[in-house]
Ligand binder design. Structure first.
Ligand code: SF4
Length: 268
């Protein structure tokens, strides 16, 4: 039986309440669909605003805000050694979803012209240093990120989920990892899990919107976005702006099935 108008209004109010809670408390535990599914529903709404040429950047901003809210209220975060000026991890390979890359490119374009030119040059240098390496090879050949400035991230508030989820409880372990990329860094489970949940939610919403739901090597993708006029509008219109940029190779049928389930739950 079709829900009555009153039932539909009640459902809309409840959804608005859950979305508001999502941005206040992050991926809170629910008795119903997981909070990540509530996030997918919100992102599907953002990406569905076809007249908005900034909707990809806005979707990236939404997942980043949910991630930060989650950690702000998390009751049991480990003590971390990460602090401003410590940037060992910023030479490790970073991958980012296209909306995150487009958000960063927009943020650079909106900055001062002199700073934007300097960042573009450094991003180009980082991309050139990586040469034609695959993402797998880049893990073994650390290259400083082009967004680093005086050992700090010049776009910290827009940094991708890959950077947000990568934290360390031991700076000594980070130093050991610089010398030997197989050395383990003790991270933080809450950071890692929240980054994964947010990324899957973003991928599910992108898939639902029939947009590419892959991760790209950050510096190469950023260089491409910066050299492409109207990159976000063109990507949203279906142009493969990131063609040829090294892509995350890990995409299994199990992950696709998980994304399909998230889309179905978010659409219910
Ligand atoms: S985006 Fe920022 S935090 Fe991430 S690797 Fe680059 S400089 Fe570091």
């Amino acid at each position: 039986m079709e829900p009555s108008r009153q039932q539909r209004r009640g459902q809309a109010r409840e959804r608005a309440r859950l979305t508001e809670r999502l941005f206040r408390e992050g991926l809170f535990p629910t008795a119903g669909p997981p909070a990540a599914v509530i996030l997918v529903r919100h992102l599907m709404g953002v990406l569905g605003r076809s007249g908005d040429g900034r909707r990809a950047s806005k979707a990236a901003d939404a997942v980043h805000r949910v991630f930060e809210a989650h950690l702000r209220v998390h009751p049991a975060l480990p003590r971390l050694d990460c602090k401003r000026g410590c940037a060992h991890c910023c030479s490790l390979i970073v991958t980012a979803a296209a909306p995150e890359v487009l958000q960063l490119a927009a943020s650079i374009r909106q900055g001062r012209a002199q700073e934007a030119a300097a960042l573009k040059a450094r991003i180009g240098e980082s991309r050139a240093a990586a040469g034609h390496l695959t993402i797998g090879d880049m893990v073994r050949k650390p290259v400083p990120c082009g967004l680093l400035s005086d050992d700090a991230c010049s776009r910290y508030s827009a940094r991708p989920l890959g950077c947000r989820g990568h934290v360390s409880q031991s700076v000594e372990a980070c130093l050991a990892n610089v010398a030997d990329p197989t050395a383990r860094i003790p991270g933080s489970r809450p950071h890692g899990e929240a980054a994964l949940d947010c990324k899957l939610a973003l991928f599910a919403a992108l898939k639902a919107a029939r947009l590419p739901h892959r991760s790209y090597e950050l510096n190469a993708a950023l260089e491409r976005a910066l050299e492409t006029e109207d990159a976000e509008c063109r990507w949203l219109a279906g142009e493969d702006v990131f063609q040829g940029v090294p892509m995350d190779p890990t995409r299994t049928p199990e992950i696709e099935a998980l994304l399909d389930r998230m889309i179905a739950d978010a659409s219910a």
